[in-house]
Design a protein around this ligand. Structure first.
Ligand code: FAD
Length: 553
């Protein structure tokens, strides 16, 4: 395999030579820098690279070129290399055009000319984008390969674990991928041993549990210490932020997650409203950055590892893990967020992982190329899921009980959905049954106006409906509201049981629960804002409160 290509496009020979020179000076060891002097030449080069099966990591194009503008070159390059990073070179006067082109061309960045000194204004941007590309890119003949049946819940569980753990892999559906059968025959793998995970060195794990995969990949599942200043349970945005701040402020910090890092946000294909990312950021990219930051600052991260209980022992908190081990924490942050509510339609449980998926649009979307899928729910997560699935599926049907999406979805998503011809919204409708032979083949959609149920073909149902808090691992003394969300700070003081439980001379701190030193942040907390930014904000604040608590003890 040749080195991945960085393609530079500019009609000005001097600028082209300057970018090429700067890029070669820094990246030539690992990348080949190729140039084109017009949009048409760039597209020809891209087609040629594709036909030779060569990897393209990045396209950097000038905006103002005769014949074809830069953002069009970048936009068209997506058809061939959807993962390649796209950068627009703009003059100061073109910045408005660049900002407008962000959505259309799916720009990852725009760079204003000139970029001197490149060490400050060019290389940090390119490094960052290439890191993100490397995290997603998997060379054909290298890396992990997972072989299994598309309709197997076991296959879905491993795919979901690999995706949420940010581990690139290649999925080989036994029914569709020609290379799948020879692989399992050569390794003598029986049908009941699927899915099978093949490693680069030729070794195989047969029908593994996520934990076994993590161990095989060299991820430690044992805490390095017995006692921690801060144990953060849940590695969604709130937990990741708490780990970053805890570690950066010198606390011995452990972050745990039952699944992988990222939480709900990790499953988002594009978060558009998080400050500082004008082009939006994918949940996996944000997670990768946050986890790297937490670990670089010294936080320890263990996953998949579920916390199933906490006992309070004279101020110390004994944290029980699902594998029976115990850790001691001086303070705990509960950042366990929410999970989707199960949908009550007939046949949903029987088809779980075999065409019925909760969230999981980014994990499963490629498998539904050319098929018809149904989305249940009208919130932003459903909208993002629909947009992502529409990249692959032939038809995406959004089923909602309300008359439209206006009250439940952000305008930018409603606009995007309106412009996508393969997405249809089905208002005042309920999913009432799911049916099929071993996997989803049909759905029953019932009109809320006349009660008539229509049975229609569908290959999958993706559920994005209201969520329930994950708070049942906390001790009974941690007060919750009627729905199970954790009460903190002043809200606690009005709760039944507060006077009986709270024996401190001080009031509970802002994010403190009814057990001193146990805090809650993010979506698991009553009155949370259910946004990435607010979860990150609470995760960051909570560390200061944990410090204050430790200073009092
Ligand atoms: C598809 C989707 C798209 C979204 N898009 C946006 C958006 O564009 N903008 C926006 O602002 N918000 C968005 N949201 C909402 C946002 O993602 C959430 O508000 C945010 O993730 C909440 O963060 P959190 O850390 O509180 O909890 P979560 O993200 O729910 O993370 C909780 C973590 O705790 C772990 N956990 C649970 N129980 C245990 C246990 N017992 N032991 C160990 N670990 C445990 C879980 O595995 C999970 O990783 C979206 C949500 C979804 C689902």
């Amino acid at each position: 395999m040749n080195k991945p290509v960085l393609l530079v496009v500019d009609d000005d020979p001097q600028v082209l030579a300057a970018v090429r020179r700067d890029l070669r000076s820094k990246y030539r060891e690992h990348y080949t820098v190729v140039s084109a002097s017009s949009g048409q030449e760039a597209l020809d080069t891209i087609r040629e690279l594709k036909s030779r099966g060569e990897p393209l990591a990045m396209v950097i194009s000038d905006q103002r070129m005769p014949g074809m503008l830069g953002h069009e070159v970048l936009s068209r390059s997506r058809e061939f290399y959807p993962l390649a990073r796209r950068v627009l070179l703009t003059a100061y006067s073109d910045i408005d055009a660049a900002v407008k082109a962000i959505n259309e061309a799916h720009l990852d960045h725009y760079l204003s000319k000139p970029w001197d000194p490149p060490e400050e204004r060019l290389f940090p941007v390119i490094d960052d984008l290439l890191d993100a590309w490397q995290a997603e890119y998997l060379p054909e003949e290298k890396g992990l390969r997972l072989v299994g049946n598309q309709w197997s819940p076991r296959s879905h569980a491993i795919k979901d674990f690999l995706v949420s753990s940010l581990i690139p892999y290649r999925w080989l559906d036994l029914e569709r991928a020609p290379e799948a059968r020879p692989l399992i025959d050569a390794a003598k793998i029986g049908a009941n041993e699927l899915p099978a995970l093949f490693f680069e060195d030729g070794s195989v794990l047969r029908d593994p549990e996520p934990r076994a995969v993590a161990e095989r990949l060299g991820r430690s599942l044992s805490a390095a210490h017995d006692v921690y200043d801060l144990v953060v349970v849940g590695a969604g945005p709130a937990g990741l932020a708490a780990a970053v701040y805890g570690a950066s402020e010198g606390m011995r910090t452990l972050l745990l997650d039952r699944h992988g890092p990222g939480g709900q946000a990790g499953s988002s294909s594009k978060i558009e409203n998080y400050l500082g990312f004008p082009n939006g950021v994918s949940g996996s990219d944000l997670t990768r950055r946050a986890l790297t930051q937490a670990q670089r600052l010294g936080a320890e991260f263990l996953a998949p590892l579920e916390v199933c209980g906490v006992k309070i022992d004279e101020g110390y908190k004994r944290v029980t893990l699902a594998d029976g081990r115990e850790l001691v924490a001086r303070t705990i942050v509960a950042a366990t967020g929410m999970s989707y509510r199960e949908h009550p339609a007939e046949g949903m449980t029987a088809h779980m992982g075999a065409g019925v998926y909760y969230g999981a649009a980014t994990t499963e979307a490629p498998a539904f190329a050319g098929r018809r899928v149904v989305i249940v729910g009208g919130g932003n997560s459903a909208g993002q899921g629909a947009m992502y699935l529409a990249k692959y599926a032939k038809e995406v049907e959004i089923v909602i009980r309300r008359k439209d999406l206006c009250d439940t979805m952000s305008h930018y998503l409603i606009d995007q959905i309106g412009k996508t011809s393969s997405i249809h919204v089905r208002p005042r409708t309920e999913l009432t049954c799911v049916d099929g032979d071993g996997h989803v083949e049909r759905v029953g959609l019932t009109s809320m106006d006349d009660g008539v149920c229509k049975h229609e073909p569908a290959d999958a149902v993706f559920v994005f409906i209201g969520a329930k808090p994950r708070s049942n691992w906390l001790p009974a003394d941690v007060l919750r509201d009627a729905k199970g969300f954790v009460l903190t700070g002043r809200e606690l003081m009005a709760a039944e049981g507060y006077a009986r439980l709270w024996k401190q001379k001080r009031e509970p701190m802002l994010l403190e629960t009814s057990v001193p030193g146990v805090f809650a942040a993010g979506d698991v907390r009553a009155a949370a804002m259910n946004r990435v930014a607010s979860a990150v904000g609470e995760g960051s604040m909570v560390v200061r409160l944990a410090h204050e608590y430790l200073a009092l003890t």
